[in-house]
Design a protein. Structure first.
Length: 350
């Protein structure tokens, strides 16, 4: 147990704030921490950015959500202080800080949160307790390790931990029905990523979609508003035309859609974690990054497709262009290999 823990902490802490203002996938991978807190007798709250707010908002073990619009309404010092006041008014006794950033570390200090637990590193001096960042653990388990100073050692969680509501599922079912995907297996394809070097070439996704359609398997492309043009490019001219859900659904509606799919094929990006969190098997494609970083699909019944190259990994999160100039880590992944993994997961029904 890192640093030990005074007995009084467990008696006095009742409200805990999880500060996670990073990307969509990071929030999804932090949700099991809220359940562990709730099971230990705490009230768990989240502080997130606007685009991820609905993820914890619909979780049964999350008591409330504070939204920090750090890019717009709450940008700058005045916005920071405004959010700090909101946190102070929440009367939190504990802040968990899975995202290592100076702003996240300073916020609970300005808000007067007495206990602050984060990972060891450049901001350790701003925490009251720090936990070694075990890079061998999946990010889900790594986040849970922040609870060790509280004497909480939960068992590894089992999906699901994303819980779409009735309206989310209704929207997802209606979309699939509109596109004739009421019966039979459905494979979702997620070709996008914030980082260009994480994207498998669209020709690969197109070949997989084409072969799945030939076999009578339904195909739907998912992603955010920024992925619409890419998805349209992939499906252009295919017959029957796959459904394109990119840009048409909220995060929780997308979670409901992936919950209804048999398999997801995705780059190393948020859809991997959303699908894992609703219990859908994933074929995950890794290039500049590797699953050992802790961001592979969580749990059993998934498949990883990657190439063994001496230049991998070249980045902790991907980049705008290949530092070697050849991009073979993604270009070299054969559509036949990806298709094979999809068909295996479909046949096993995992």
């Amino acid at each position: 147990m890192p640093n030990g823990c005074p007995r009084s902490l467990r008696r006095t802490v009742s409200k805990a704030l999880i500060v996670q203002t990073a990307f969509i996938g990071d929030v999804v991978l932090t949700l099991p921490t809220a359940s562990a807190l709730r099971n230990a007798g705490f009230e768990a709250y989240f502080l997130v950015v606007p685009r991820t707010a609905e993820l914890p908002a619909f979780h049964p073990d999350v008591s409330g959500v504070l939204v920090y619009d750090k890019r717009e309404r709450d940008r700058g010092v005045s916005g920071f202080l405004r959010i700090a006041r909101a946190v102070r008014n929440g009367d939190f006794e504990l802040a968990l800080l899975p995202h290592r950033s100076l702003r996240s570390a300073l916020l609970p200090i300005f808000a007067g949160v007495p206990e602050r637990i984060g990972f060891s590193g450049p901001f350790s001096a701003l925490y009251t307790r720090s936990v070694p960042k075990n890079l061998e653990l999946h990010k889900v388990l790594r986040n849970l390790s922040l609870l060790e100073p509280l004497g909480i050692s939960p068992a590894p969680p089992e999906p699901p931990w994303l819980f779409p509501g009735g309206e989310h599922r209704k929207k997802a079912r209606a979309f699939l029905s509109e596109h004739g995907l009421d019966d039979g297996p459905i494979v979702a394809l997620a070709p996008g990523s914030i980082w260009p070097t994480k994207r498998w070439p669209p020709e690969g996704f197109r070949e997989v979609a084409k072969e799945l359609l030939r076999r009578g398997i339904g195909v739907v492309l998912v992603g955010g508003p920024g992925d619409v043009a890419l998805c349209r490019r992939i499906v252009d001219g295919l017959s029957p035309s796959p459904a394109v859900a990119a840009g048409k659904m909220s995060l929780m509606e997308s979670a409901a859609l992936l919950e209804l799919c048999s398999v997801l094929v995705s780059n190393d990006s948020a859809p991997v974690h959303i699908a894992s969190a609703v219990g859908t098997p994933v074929v995950a494609l890794f290039g500049p990054t590797v699953p050992a970083f802790g961001f592979g699909p969580y749990g059993k019944g998934h498949s990883i497709v990657e190439l063994d190259l001496p230049c991998r990994p070249c980045s902790s999160h991907g980049g705008k262009k290949c530092p070697k100039g050849h991009f073979m880590c993604m270009k070299g992944i054969a559509a036949e290999k990806v298709l094979k993994e999809v068909l295996v997961l479909l046949s096993t029904g995992t």
